[in-house]
Write a protein that binds this ligand. Structure first.
Ligand SMILES: [Zn+2]
Length: 155
């Protein structure tokens, strides 16, 4: 969920870059919450090459498999939000997608004994995150992202 690409150390982010980061991080937040996860903080405070981050904990009242699936869907929240606001260069989502694949491989192996392919779990996670973001509404997402930009971090 940490967005690291698209900028360089000590170089101020452009306004356009900040908007994308804010939407990306809000996407993780709203998807995580929609899946029942506990979101402790959403930040667009820059730190070195990190543009923003979320701290999201799975909901312990849900089953272990559901927690893994919730986490997987949350990884796609940033990508889904970027897509929703029309940002097509999604290279900044690379670490999220890498982590989603690792999660999907674990889910496939430990909860389905390999009978459901990691790629199918990825497809499901991506489309579930997209549905959550589009149900939330693009204008709503943009408003919240602007609010996050103003406040820098939301707990
Ligand atoms: Zn992310």
């Amino acid at each position: 969920m940490i967005k690291v690409e698209g900028s360089f150390d000590n170089q101020p982010a452009s306004l356009a870059e900040l908007k994308v980061t804010a939407a990306h991080e809000w996407g993780h937040r709203l998807v995580g919450k929609a899946r029942g996860a506990i979101v402790n903080i959403t930040s667009v405070v820059r730190s070195g090459s990190t543009l923003g981050y979320n701290i999201i904990a799975p909901n312990p009242s849900r089953g272990i498999k559901e927690q893994f699936l919730d986490s997987l869907v949350s990884f796609f929240g940033g990508e889904a939000a970027e897509e929703a606001i029309g940002h097509t260069d999604q290279r900044g989502c690379g670490s999220d997608i890498f982590q989603a694949w690792r999660q999907a491989e674990l889910i496939s192996r430990f909860f389905y004994n390999g009978s459901v392919a990691a790629g199918d779990i990825i497809s499901w996670g991506r489309s579930t995150a997209r549905s959550i973001v589009y149900d939330y509404g693009i204008n709503h997402l943009k408003d919240r992202a602007l609010g996050l930009m103003e406040r820098q971090a939301i707990v």
